[in-house]
Each structure stands twice: as C-alpha cells, then as structure tokens.
Design a protein around this ligand. Structure first.
Ligand code: NDP
Length: 283
C-alpha cells in the first residue's frame, strides 16, 4: 500500500517554523506583509483568499486585503498594483485569479514588481526559474517539491511525467524538477499514448482537473504519484485526478485529496512571503 504523503502534517510543521521566523523578524522591526487583491466575488476565489488570510494571521504575517468591485476597470486595477509596488511596507503582492471577464490578466501580472511577485507568474520570475536563478515560484509547484523533500523522495535522475501544462502548475513544476536534476516530460491534451508515457514515470504528477482521470493501468508499480487535481463531485465531496482506490494499492507513495498538495500550496505562499520580507534586512 502506498505511503500517504500527508500535506496537512508537513504544512503544519512548515507553518510552525515560519511562525518562529516571523517572530524573529519582528524583533528586527520587520513584519512580512502580503497584499491580496480580489476583484469581484467569485465564490471559489473568496474561499482561497479567506484561507490565505487565515494562515497569514496564524503565523504573524500581515495580510492586507483589497476588494475591488466586479466592474473595476483595467486602469483602476493597474493603478492599485502600481500603488502596492511603490509601498515599502508591502513585501508580496498577489492578485487573485481568475479576473472577471474584460480584464487583461497578462497585463496585470506583468505590472506586478517582479521582486514582489509572490505567485511567481511574472515573465521575470519565470525566466529566472528557467535559468535556474533564485526566484519566487508558483506556490503549488513549490509545495510539491517541499512535500517530496519532507518524505526524502529525491527527484535527481528520476523519470518525472507531469500531466498538465498550465502556467500555475505544470510548466513551473517542470522547471523546478529540471533544476533538481530530474528527467522531465510534460503531457497535455494533445499527447498521444498518454498511458504508455505515464507508466514510465518514477514520479507521476497529475494536474488535469478531471476526477479519477488516472487509474492503476496508467501507473508504474512503486511510483510516487502526486495528485494536484481538485474537483467537487455530484456527491459534494472533493475528488482528485487519481483513482485512489485502484492506485493506492500499487503506488509507492501517493498524495491524498484533500490533504495532499492543497495545504502545501498555502504554506508555500507563506514561506515565499516571509522570504521576500527577509530581503528588507539586506537593504
Ligand atoms: P488547467 O485547466 O489550466 O490545465 C489543465 C491541463 O490538463 C491542461 O494542460 C490540459 O491540456 C490538460 N489536459 C486536459 N485534458 C487532458 C487529457 N485528456 N489528457 C492529458 N492532458 C489533459 O488547470 P490547472 O493547472 O489550473 O489545474 C489543474 C487541476 O489542479 C484543477 O483540478 C485545479 O483545481 C487543481 N489545482 C489544485 C491546486 C492545489 O493547491 N491543490 C492548485 C492549482 C490547481 P491542454 O493544455 O492541451 O489544454
């Protein structure tokens, strides 16, 4: 039976350590500050933002919330981003995506100061990732690497297959994996013979967004399987992309949904906010 990679336990430990770091920073008059901009009232975004704020409060990170109405213009949103870029008390800026229709997401991301871009979505951060320079990276991939590390699963030399090529999961994770000496393949909806490919993976990461998309016939026995997907089923429960019932008996390690990658994502956001704040100490 697969080892459960427990994101709740690992993230709790990380948040506990961060709380101590934040307390030490406070002694040096630094309060890590995360500015969150939420445009409109998308229910899922409301939940994500609330969770981020709660975690921030728990560890002593100051979180500033900016709620803008659904009909906010591009100019007003860009002006808010510019104001936060200039604010010396703000270490990290997060504009919650997706933005309401009519707003240009790319232009907004591009407007965030790369040195405050805690989501790691700006072209500068992405470039730094792919040139293997120190940078902030998207929280979900960062959290996946931290979870593997916590269970001493070394990715160096491993064959990694990532299903999904989004800018928030698949692509940045591929960059991190390459930087950690893994041999990486990214698969997507146009990939041929997907199962043949996924069966070759020592580490299989699935970020598609379709419940039970990966069954035991798509997994190499003993492989580490990271299930990023979260979908709410007709039963009201959360489901991952991996069919837990059939994959858990043959995988070497597997993340549960919920309680795997999800909690690691928020802990990673906090870790990177604190890392950005630490730079204030060095001028
Ligand atoms: P996207 O919809 O942006 O990307 C989905 C990817 O899956 C695309 O690259 C798409 O391919 C690929 N795909 C779709 N169908 C197939 C198929 N039949 N075969 C192979 N690949 C396919 O999703 P996200 O990356 O934003 O999120 C993925 C999932 O992860 C969602 O369930 C989301 O809720 C969850 N998630 C969870 C997080 C967490 O903290 N746990 C954080 C972020 C996301 P193509 O590019 O060709 O369209």
């Amino acid at each position: 039976m697969a080892t459960r990679l427990d994101g709740r336990v690992v993230s709790k430990k990380i948040l506990g350590e961060l709380k101590q770091t934040v307390a030490k920073l406070a002694q040096q008059d630094v309060t890590p500050t995360l500015a969150v901009v939420l445009v409109g009232s998308d229910p899922a975004s409301e939940v994500y933002v609330r969770n981020k704020q709660r975690r921030a409060e728990e560890i002593g990170v100051r979180s500033l919330m900016y709620r803008l109405p659904e009909d906010t213009s591009q100019m007003t949103l860009l002006a808010k981003v510019a104001e936060l870029n200039q604010d010396p008390d703000v270490d990290a800026i997060l504009v919650q995506l997706p933005l309401p229709a009519g707003l240009d997401e790319r232009a907004v991301i591009d407007a965030i100061d790369p040195n405050k871009d805690v989501d790691g979505f700006s072209p500068v951060s992405v470039g730094r990732l792919w040139t293997n320079e120190p940078t902030v990276v998207a929280s979900t991939p960062y959290g996946i690497m931290a979870l593997l590390d916590a269970y001493d699963i070394d990715v160096a030399g491993q064959r990694v297959v990532i299903v999904g090529r989004s800018n928030i999961v698949g692509r940045p994770l591929a960059g991190l994996m390459v930087n950690h000496d893994a041999t990486v393949t990214i698969a997507h909806s146009k990939t041929r013979n997907l199962k043949q490919l996924t069966r070759e993976a020592d580490i299989l990461v699935v970020a598609v967004g379709r419940p039970h998309f990966i069954g035991a016939d798509a997994v190499k026995p003993g492989a580490t399987v990271i299930d990023v997907g979260i979908s709410r089923g007709a039963d009201g429960k959360l489901h991952g992309d991996v069919d837990d019932d059939t994959v858990a008996p043959i995988a070497g390690a597997l993340t549960p949904v919920p309680g795997g990658v999800g909690p690691m994502t928020i802990a990673s956001l906090m870790a990177q906010t604190v890392a950005l704040a630490k730079r204030r100490l060095h001028g």
